[in-house]
Design a protein around this ligand. Structure first.
Ligand SMILES: NC(=O)c1ccc[n+]([C@@H]2O[C@H](COP(=O)([O-])OP(=O)(O)OC[C@H]3O[C@@H](n4cnc5c(N)ncnc54)[C@H](O)[C@@H]3O)[C@@H](O)[C@H]2O)c1
Length: 248
């Protein structure tokens, strides 16, 4: 019989991108509480160091858009059980045709190319070990898009499709790939999506969430822990909504 007191991620090594802030920080905190060794990965060295120190975990300053840097980082790692592709950026609400190419490129580079880089670097290690769990942070935006955020929404639809395709491709290697679709969360990204911050804007967003509150880093951490743990050994290729009923 399993030990009911066993930590759910004991003995596992995880990488969490974008772990200096918001949902990534919540995922890192939950993973550490459940016994994992967690690499805090972020482009923001100041906040990344603070998070790593608070959790007594290693920090790697990494721009996930920089393939050479990602490849060098992976070269330092012997073994990775869990990869969480969480880092992402948004753009402020605008008509699709008014979004500048620089903004489009930034969203595409971080939200799509960044995941490609991490997968390219770490899938070979997981294949060699014949085990692994990848968790991609997509969004309800990829399922139930709001107008004004078209290029961000499309990047999250891409994450969901990449997740399912990877799950099909990597199942023979005992590597599971799943996604989480959070609804709006009160992180630094929220004001980007809302195009500002006011009681009215918050009420407008909250009015679309049946449970009546924003998604928290702890909500996402709990779902990520489940998907990364052996409890989800038979779960691959899903995109779990953590959305208070938003897509119902
Ligand atoms: N907050 C929301 O409303 C919401 C809703 C659904 C999905 N999401 C998704 O959740 C994920 C986390 O978002 P968040 O709200 O916690 O945002 P956040 O801004 O609080 O955190 C994102 C982190 O990613 C890091 N980052 C950005 N670009 C990077 C790069 N090139 N390389 C490495 N790190 C980089 C940032 O420094 C930051 O620490 C994103 O993928 C986002 O799209 C957010």
């Amino acid at each position: 019989m399993n030990n009911p007191n066993a930590l759910r991620l004991a003995g596992k090594t995880a990488i969490v991108t974008g772990a200096a802030s918001g949902f990534g920080a919540g995922i890192a905190r939950k993973f550490v509480a459940e016994g994992a060794k967690v690499w805090i990965v972020d482009i923001d060295a100041t906040r990344g160091e603070i998070m790593a120190q608070a959790l007594s975990m290693p920090f790697a300053r990494l721009d996930i858009c920089d393939w050479a840097a990602v490849r060098n980082f992976a070269g330092l790692m012997e073994h990775v059980d869990i990869l969480v592709n969480n880092a992402g950026v948004g753009h402020t609400p605008a008509a699709a045709e008014d979004v500048e190419a620089d903004t489009f490129d930034r969203v595409a580079n971080v939200n799509m190319r960044g995941i490609y880089h991490l997968c390219r670097a770490f899938i070979p290690k997981m294949k060699a070990a014949r085990k692994g769990a990848i968790v991609n942070i997509a969004s309800t935006a990829g399922v139930r898009p709001r107008g004004g955020l078209t290029w961000y929404n499309a990047s999250k639809g891409w994450v969901i499709t990449a997740t399912k395709s990877l799950a099909a491709e990597l199942a023979p290697f005992n590597i599971r790939v799943n996604a989480i679709n959070p609804v709006a969360g009160d992180t630094p990204l929220l004001t980007t999506f809302m195009g500002g911050d006011s009681e009215e804007l918050r009420a407008k967003f909250l009015g679309t969430i049946p449970l009546g509150r924003f998604c928290s880093p702890e909500d996402v951490g709990g779902a990520a822990c489940y998907l990364a743990s052996d409890e989800a050994a038979m779960v691959t290729g899903v995109a779990i909504e953590v959305d208070g009923g938003r897509v119902l």
